[in-house]
Design a binder for this molecule. Structure first.
Ligand code: 2P0
Length: 351
């Protein structure tokens, strides 16, 4: 008997220009474009196995060994349905293909890092889900096409289907057909950039991104300014900086955009706080590190960025990583001194 099964994995991505807000919550269409770096560390990935079998009663999914309900019309159901539809199209075109699109699927996904702690687990998770179904169904669809489906699982997931430097173009259409991810540059273009992830707290976050961002859309006047007057120029400028391997500009924009994302969170009613005192202390350290570098006639040496949680991601050229790790260990020497344990997660090359 033929076994129809495939495994794929996808890494986490960390945004430099942040996605925050939807103009369509069902199709997951964003209020602004975003841009991220896909990390290529083995310890920041989701790995997913999908199996189609006529003897299965229904579609089922396990996340880290625990079964999750696949709600009718929900995000998981939508992604699975769309992938089955692509397979069905193939089967209709090529009658020699086994008709597996009608079989129920069982899907098992594992993250090798804390789930929902502001480390973009939904991004790698939905990207790996779509990638594994694509392999199962032997679809030849390109990554941008698949990103249209991953996007409907979780917005940021569309960016994890590419390595390297990736933009999610917000698009304009009401059906979302032009809201997908594109590669700005592959990782080989700028392998010198490394990411250092400082896990300040790996507990599940207080306000989910999904509900938090819609509260921001409904209540924040600053968000309206951001999406109209700030993000479009930043997307163009940071893309140019990436293509030119201009770390100074890349770092400046990355830090500005992290700051503005947390400002719109604060501008939300009621306000949302994702960073904590340790996060802010790390910002102060990086600001001072850069100030000294610039005062000595140099350029910026590191960029911090924070997502919907307190954990810091520091982008820096490889030559600075050792120095940054030493600085952080010097100023945050003992995990138990802090209410939130501080853990150095590791230095990551980017993919
Ligand atoms: C980002 N974040 O661009 C931003 C920065 C968090 C802060 O994408 O509702 O989990 O599933 O589309 O993708 C978090 O949003 O939200 C996010 P949904 P998602 O990475």
């Amino acid at each position: 008997m033929t076994v129809y099964q495939a495994t794929a994995s996808a890494p986490v991505n960390i945004a430099c220009i942040k996605y925050w807000g939807k103009r369509d919550t069902k199709l997951i269409l964003p209020t602004n474009s975003s841009l991220s770096v896909t990390l290529d560390q083995d310890h920041l990935r989701s790995t997913t196995t999908s199996r189609a079998d006529p003897s299965f009663q229904k579609d089922r999914l396990w996340l880290n060994g625990v079964e999750e309900e696949i709600k009718d019309g929900g995000r998981l159901a939508t992604c699975i349905k769309e992938m089955k539809a692509l397979r069905k199209q193939l089967e209709e075109k090529d009658s020699s293909l086994p008709k597996i699109s009608g079989f129920p699927v069982h899907i098992s996904s594992r993250n090798n890092f804390p789930t929902a702690a502001g480390l973009a687990s939904s991004a790698s998770g939905f990207a790996a889900l779509v990638a594994s179904l694509s392999a199962l169904y032997q679809l030849s669809t390109d990554a941008s096409q698949l990103s249209l489906i991953a996007r409907q699982g979780s917005g940021s997931a569309c960016r994890s289907l590419f390595g390297g430097f990736v933009a999610w173009q917000m698009g304009e259409r009401a059906d979302g057909a032009d809201s997908y991810a594109v590669e700005i540059a592959p990782r080989e273009h700028w392998p010198d950039i490394h990411a250092l992830i400082c896990v300040v707290n790996d507990e599940k976050k207080g306000t989910s991104s999904t509900s938090g961002m819609q509260r921001t859309v409904e209540t924040s006047p600053l968000l309206q300014h951001r999406i109209k007057h700030v993000v479009p120029e930043r997307m163009a400028a940071i893309s140019k900086a990436i293509l030119a391997r201009d770390f100074d500009t890349f770092a400046r924009i990355t830090m500005q955009d992290s700051n503005q994302f947390h400002a719109v969170a604060l501008d939300t009613d009621p306000p949302i706080f994702y960073m904590n005192d340790v996060s802010r202390a790390i910002i102060a350290l990086i600001v001072e590190y850069n100030r000294v570098a610039v005062a000595n006639g140099g350029k910026l040496k590191a960029a911090y960025t924070y997502d919907a949680g307190p954990n810091a991601v520091i982008y820096a050229p490889k030559e600075n990583i050792k120095e940054i790790v030493e600085l952080i260990v010097k100023y945050f020497p003992q995990a138990d001194k802090f209410k939130d344990p501080f853990e150095l997660f590791g230095a990551a090359g980017v993919q």
